[in-house]
Ligand binder design. Structure first.
Ligand SMILES: [Zn+2]
Ligand SMILES: [Zn+2]
Length: 129
């Protein structure tokens, strides 16, 4: 894996991701980073987010609206609300059993896995009542 050249802007992006559990979208990261680097472009933010994901320093969660980013790279599951598109961490141990059973059925060796549950969050459920 090629080493990433140091970039102050990318460090700021990573720092933001590591201090939030809100799983921000690229646009949300952009709006935050603009406070520190007013001249940064959305393209630069996208490129740096992709680099961080490529180098295992951040996770990308594919939402139905757009991608969300997570500074927590420990394997963990997510729950995405269909209504507000909020991404929640799921407080449960990733299942080794799932990897084992899938391991027999994939044409290769599994490196990692991710699980996304979809549904409606409590906030949106109570909105409807
Ligand atoms: Zn919701
Ligand atoms: Zn997460």
């Amino acid at each position: 894996m090629a080493k990433l050249n140091y970039s102050r802007q990318r460090e700021a992006i990573l720092d933001f991701l590591c201090h939030t559990t809100s799983h921000p979208t690229a646009e949300e990261v952009y709006r935050h980073i603009q406070d520190i680097y007013p001249n940064i472009s959305l393209g630069t933010v996208y490129r740096n987010l992709s680099l961080l994901v490529e180098h295992g320093q951040a996770l990308k969660i594919q939402g139905e609206d757009c991608d969300h980013f997570d500074g927590n790279t420990e394997p963990h599951y997510h729950f995405v609300c269909d209504a507000c598109h909020h991404v929640y961490d799921v407080d449960m141990e990733p299942s080794d059993q799932l990897i084992q059973s899938a391991g027999h059925n994939v044409p290769g060796k599994i490196r990692t896995h991710s699980v996304i549950f979809y549904g409606t969050c409590d906030t949106c459920l109570s909105d409807k009542n």
